[in-house]
Design a protein around this ligand. Structure first.
Ligand SMILES: Cc1cc2nc3c(=O)[nH]c(=O)nc-3n(C[C@H](O)[C@H](O)[C@H](O)COP(=O)(O)O)c2cc1C
Length: 400
């Protein structure tokens, strides 16, 4: 059975949700599933905006046929060439032999790489500022390189004021009938997944997102149609403000996130004691994570969210405990910036983890590392309570 939803009188959402996939990009756990969004415009010409992942092909074509209401397809606009959106291009061409494919030079280069053809006999190559008339609706093409691939672009419909934003403003999470952000409790149920999606997938490219946001500011936008997650047609400033913060690496919350690694529980115990000491000093909503038991994508999301980070790491073969080291490498790769950081270390004979954690943090931009830290030899005991309090004081003082 088809499952489609009108976005405006002329534009229909024809996306498909996947609740079976365990790991998005074979890395990111998606307990709430994911949606592959696609859209159809019915005008004098019919236009499809991106396709979907191969795993949901059957449902997608049922949806597409229903949305086309018996008409053929004139144009396929390819805003993004990642296979979870472009996998159906070949099938579209086979089903609708007269279809023209719209993309930029890089789009068609990637098509050749992925499919062994650039569909040159049917390609319409567009560049920044080009337009395509579908009849009543004129579509404007805006290049969005490195949001998050080089060929990425977005398309703006100047009649319905709709921005087809590619992976921008996307989120993990299947759509459950309510395809609009105003139909769900986004802040409660979706924000964490939207942040995790952005920070892990697009996070590195904050400058490119800033360029796109500046271009978008010049458009009158009533609806944002992303390729994953809910569609925005109300309170757009909410998600735009989030993107402004995320892409400039500003913390959303004045908050402390403590991340520890621990084999035998002693570093964990000290991390918990620090959380308690912070709470006594009035710090609220403290988050504590065991890096071995939280997915690195959740930690990255929390790191983007919070202003203050504490890393507590055992020394391991004269280095940093590997799971913690991996997290620090991911932070650098995703260009984490503008955090205040405190470091705790543990070691039974020669603790060196703190020095190495600090070195890694120093490689990131605009990071403030607190002078006060804490070194534990195997396990923390009451005789180090004053040191723990000093660390808690230093963190609290840095928050004002
Ligand atoms: C494989 C391995 C390598 C270790 N290497 C070091 C080391 O190089 N220097 C050191 O001081 N302690 C080293 N240790 C000891 C641990 O760092 C220490 O016992 C740990 O910090 C205790 O914290 P936990 O109870 O939170 O796991 C090592 C432990 C293991 C299992």
């Amino acid at each position: 059975m088809y499952n489609i939803r009108k976005v405006t009188d002329d534009i229909t959402w024809i996306g498909v949700s996947d609740r079976r996939l365990a790991l998005f990009e074979n890395i990111f756990p998606i307990k709430r599933g994911v949606s592959y969004n696609s859209y159809v415009l019915l005008d004098e010409q019919t236009v499809l905006f991106d396709t979907v992942d191969a795993s949901v092909a059957g449902q997608f074509f049922e949806n597409l046929e229903a949305a086309l209401e018996g008409r053929s397809l004139d144009y396929l606009i390819v805003n993004h060439m990642e296979p979870d959106h472009c996998a159906m291009i070949g099938d579209i061409v086979r089903r609708y032999p007269a279809v023209k494919i719209v993309g930029n030079t890089k789009t068609f280069g990637m098509m050749n790489q992925f499919f062994g053809t650039d569909f040159s006999e049917r390609s319409v190559v567009v560049k920044e500022g080009d337009t395509l008339s579908a009849g009543k609706h004129t579509l404007h093409f805006v290049m969005a390189p490195m949001v998050h691939w080089p060929e990425a672009m977005v398309t703006y419909d100047d009649v319905d004021k709709v921005l087809f934003s590619a992976d921008g403003f996307g989120s993990f999470g299947a759509l459950n009938g309510n395809v609009f952000a105003d139909e769900v409790d986004f802040d409660r149920d979706w924000l964490d997944d939207a942040r995790r999606y952005y920070t892990n997938i697009v996070g590195k490219y904050g400058a490119s997102v800033q360029t796109l946001l500046k271009k978008a500011a010049g458009l009158e936008i009533a609806v944002i149609c992303p390729l994953h997650g809910p569609i925005w047609r109300e309170n757009l400033s909410y998600i735009l403000e989030k993107y402004q913060k995320w892409s400039t690496y500003e913390a959303e919350d004045q908050a402390v996130v403590i991340m520890y690694a621990s084999m035998y529980g002693n570093t964990a115990s000290a991390a918990d004691a620090l959380a308690g000491a912070l709470a006594v000093r009035g710090v609220k909503k403290i988050a504590v994570y065991d890096v071995s038991n939280a997915h690195v994508s959740e930690l990255i999301s929390e790191i983007f969210r919070a202003s203050h980070l504490v890393f507590a790491a055992p020394t391991y073969n004269a280095g940093i405990y590997p799971v913690m080291e991996n997290l620090l490498s991911d932070m650098k790769a995703l260009a984490v910036q503008k955090k205040t950081v405190a470091v705790m270390e543990n070691g039974t004979w020669a603790p060196t983890a703190a020095k190495q954690v600090k070195e890694k943090i120093s490689e990131m931009k605009d990071m403030t590392i607190l002078d006060t830290g804490l070194t534990i030899k195997s396990a923390m005991h009451a005789d180090q309570k004053a040191e723990l309090d000093a660390l808690a004081d230093a963190i609290v003082n840095s928050m004002v």
